[in-house]
Design a binder for this molecule. Structure first.
Ligand SMILES: CC(C)(COP(=O)(O)OP(=O)(O)OC[C@H]1O[C@@H](n2cnc3c(N)ncnc32)[C@H](O)[C@@H]1OP(=O)(O)O)[C@@H](O)C(=O)NCCC(=O)NCCS
Length: 205
């Protein structure tokens, strides 16, 4: 039902990392970070239907923004801008949300190479998962990762996601159908520990 999406909109924060819905005014920051990171992001994303610079221009952002807004309003996704010390540096989305007996979503993410290795995305994913399992009313979060994407596999491994599947030719990424490893976590698995952020803080300490 429109206007009653559990858990959306939301602003989530831990230290310098803040997750918030996108704004119309993010066009310039989004376009700058996407264009600066073409080589870093392209191997892990679906092939754009046009040149990278064009697909990630401030003009393209207007469409991306409307699309994210529409899908969030329908309750199909929770697309967050990831900010570090107030600057937009990445993205995390809980997508393909299916409710009722499944109550599940897929998480996808990226971060600016200039701030990689600082735990921004594990923190963002922990925040998003705790939110999904709490106000979002979901039960399960999946992350699908190309086997060769070591940094992304480290993110889910550090957070204790279960590796549970090998999907052959699963998604069309960077120009071809690519195998993916399936990782997942259900709410029961982190409830006893006080949530995924609490677990991540212990791992980090
Ligand atoms: C995967 C990704 C989101 C990780 O985000 P992050 O905030 O850097 O995560 P972390 O800080 O926990 O680092 C994860 C791993 O990246 C690697 N790493 C660290 N610094 C790095 C750097 N400067 N450059 C490349 N990789 C680095 C390390 O292996 C690290 O694991 P470790 O903590 O065991 O050493 C980021 O690498 C990225 O955006 N990659 C391109 C897009 C992508 O792959 N998205 C996910 C698709 S499934």
């Amino acid at each position: 039902m429109l206007g009653s999406t559990p858990g959306w909109p939301a602003v989530l924060a831990d230290g310098p990392v803040l997750l918030r819905p996108y704004k119309r005014g993010d066009a310039r920051a989004w376009s700058e970070v996407r264009i600066a990171n073409q080589k870093w992001l392209a191997p892990w994303e679906s092939s754009p239907p046009g040149p990278w610079a064009e697909m990630n221009s401030t003009r393209a952002y207007a469409y991306v923004y409307q699309d994210m807004k529409r899908s969030a309003r329908r309750g199909e996704s929770m697309p967050f801008a990831v900010c570090l010390e107030g600057r937009l540096v990445g993205h995390i989305n809980l997508g393909n949300i299916v409710r009722r007996a499944f109550s599940s979503a897929y998480a996808g993410y990226w971060v600016d190479a200039r701030v990689a290795g600082r735990g921004v995305i594990p923190t963002a994913l922990a925040l998003a998962v705790d939110h999904a399992f709490g106000p979002g009313g979901l039960h399960r979060i999946e992350v699908n990762i190309r086997p060769e994407n070591r940094p992304s596999r480290r993110v889910v491994e550090k957070l204790g996601f279960r590796e549970e599947a090998y999907h052959q030719r699963y998604m069309h990424i960077d120009g071809g159908w690519r195998d993916h490893l399936g990782y997942a976590l259900t709410s029961e698995e982190v409830a006893a520990e006080g949530g995924l952020l609490a677990r991540w803080r212990r791992v980090r300490a």
